[in-house]
Each structure stands twice: as C-alpha cells, then as structure tokens.
Ligand binder design. Structure first.
Ligand SMILES: [Zn+2]
Length: 343
C-alpha cells in the first residue's frame, strides 16, 4: 500500500509499504480521510520525542472497514467508521472505573516514542482494534469524521465543567479546540462567550462560531473587559486552551470568585500559577485529558449540523501532497487551519 512515511525528521516520502497485519481483535480500515494534527506538525522535527522515524503518522481519521480479524464481532466489511486516537487496555484499573483516558500504557495512533510505536492513518490502510471503533452516522462525511477527535476533546473539557444556563464563559485562545469549545458552550446555553487570542483571523472565526466577544490579546486588559460585561464580578467559568503562563493568568484573572477554570492546553510543561488568586478567590482548577466517552455524542452533534466544521478546513488534498502541506503548516502560514489528506 501507499503510505506517507516520516523517514527522517522533517522528511517525508511516499512509499510502497506492506499492508498492516491485523490481530484477531482488529479490523483493517481503508482510510478515506486523515487530518493533520498540530501535534504531528510539532513532532515532525523531533522536538517532542513522540514521532521517532520511520513512522506513518495520523490519528484523526475515518474510512471503511475492508477486512475483519477472526475474533471481531459486530463489525463487517463496508462499515463506515472513525476511531479513537488512543488505544487503551480494557483490563486496566482506570478503564474498569470508566476512566479509560487515564489508563496506563495507552498507545496513540501514529506515534512512536521510547515506550511504543504504532503506525497511523496517513496511508491507504490502517489496523484498528475493534473496541476503539465508532460507526459513522449516515450524514457525517469522511472529511468531517476526520475532525471528530478535536470536537470530542472539546466536549470532554465541557463534560468536566459545571455549566449553568446563562453562564458567562471566558475562553483563552481561539485555535481549533477552542473554536469547538466555543461552539459547544453556545449549545450548552452560555449567554456570553468571551475569547481572546493573538491572531485576528482566528478571533473573526470565533465570532462566527458563537463567541459574543473576541479581544485581541495584548491590546486591551481582558480581565477588565470581562468585568465590564459581568457587573464587575468576572466570568462564571473559564477555559485555558493554549497552555502558557500569560493565557492562564488572564483566564484566572477574568473569572469570578468561586469559578471553575478547566485546563485543556498544554504546550508548556510548566507555567507560573497566581497561587494567592486561586486560593483567596476559591477557584477550582480542572485538568482535562483527551476523550472519555465523547465520540458518540460528538458524532451525533455533527450529524445534526450543530457543529460548524467547514470554515475550519483549509484544504482537502491527496496524500501525495502531504509533505508540502506539513511544511506549510510548520511555517505557520497565515490562515491555515485543518488540512485533510485523502489516500
Ligand atoms: Zn491530534
């Protein structure tokens, strides 16, 4: 089969590689669409240590089942599917507690690191364990299905946050996940959704997707603007969807006393925490990791047209052009959001 292989750091080759072997509990999926994730772009130069070449990347994808393993039940060739980006064990202590996103030794599709290597979906075929498969609703296209993962990540963050009807929310950052958080907050009944970012294009998108206010960071005092909108109190809930000190501090300064701040972004390993503000204003900080049961509701919301996706798709391109798109994304070309590759 044809595959886009990271053969060396920053170097891709379209190669003919053997079909993946499927285990008894796995299916072979013919890939129809696979999205390039920010983590792939960050990882391709070796800086994260999680894309050790040679590797076929790709963990946000959809396709059609081609073949099933001997032990597979409930799935047949021809089924349109998407799949979790991580492979977790079913017999893990956390999985048994219903928290499979926290289970030990999870493998991520399309990642290779010191602990494991698992080829991903930038190829004609990919092997997938049946317990991470999800059937696509009829009205969900393969391209949209390749973006279910970031929607589900956003939905997980909301599911960990206490939200009341008419709440005011502040969202730090307007990247892909944040834009889905904003859309979901609107669905959840928030009256004001305030976001800030350094990129005006993204703020414009955020306004189209349900943000009621979008501020260019560093041009205004955001916490003060939020207070003006909330009788001086601050927002009821906050989301940090970048993962750096300035954004975290701004979100913390923008919420009211007793608020919850949910932390999704993690580009930095460590940030400075305004401890006294958190303690004396009795804030709750909630980390949110990946996805735990949100694929099905995310697919349902997409199939009912409740999540806007098309403005976030910058290009749908053949796998052959993948290397070029990776480099354009790496150069942070203005306006580029999601690129979807089709084998
Ligand atoms: Zn991803």
């Amino acid at each position: 089969m044809k595959a886009l292989v990271l053969t060396k750091y920053n170097q891709f080759e379209l190669l003919d590689v053997p079909l993946p072997d499927i285990q008894p509990d796995e299916v072979l999926v013919r890939v129809k669409a696979a999205g390039i994730c920010g983590s792939d772009v960050h990882g391709m130069d070796g800086s994260t240590g999680r894309r050790i070449p040679p590797l076929i990347m790709g963990h946000e994808a959809s396709g059609v089942i081609e073949e099933i393993g001997q032990g597979v039940s409930g799935w047949v060739p021809g089924d349109r599917v998407t799949f979790d980006s991580t492979i977790y064990r079913l017999d893990d202590w956390y999985s048994r507690k219903g928290k499979y996103n926290l289970s030990d030794n999870r493998m991520v599709m399309g990642v290779s690191c010191a602990e494991f290597k698992r080829d991903g979906a930038f190829a004609e075929f990919v092997a997938i364990p049946q317990h991470i498969l999800y059937k696509l609703p009829e009205r969900v296209s393969f391209e949209h299905a390749a973006m279910v993962e970031p929607v589900a990540v956003a939905l997980h963050a909301l599911s960990l946050t206490r939200i009341d009807l008419n709440d005011t929310a502040v969202v730090g950052g307007s990247g892909m996940i944040a834009l889905f958080v904003i859309q979901l907050l609107k669905l959840a009944g928030c009256s004001r959704i305030i976001t800030f970012d350094l990129d005006q294009d993204r703020l414009d998108l955020a306004l189209k997707m349900g943000a009621t206010h979008a501020f260019l960071a560093e041009s205004v005092d955001i916490a003060q603007e939020v207070r003006k909108l909330t009788q001086g109190r601050g927002a009821d809930i906050g989301f940090e969807v970048v993962g750096n000190t300035p954004v975290l501090k701004t979100v913390i300064a923008s919420v009211r006393k007793g608020a919850q701040v949910t932390l999704v972004g993690n580009v930095s390993a460590e940030v400075a925490l305004p401890l006294q503000q958190v303690v004396t204003r009795q804030l709750t900080l909630q980390g949110s990791c990946a996805i735990c049961g949100e694929y099905e509701p995310a697919l349902s919301l997409i199939s009912r047209g409740l999540i806007v996706m098309d403005p976030l798709i910058s290009a749908v391109a053949p796998l052959e052009e993948g290397a070029g798109w990776f480099h354009r994304l790496r150069q942070r070309e203005k306006g580029l959001m999601k690129v979807i590759l089709k084998p």
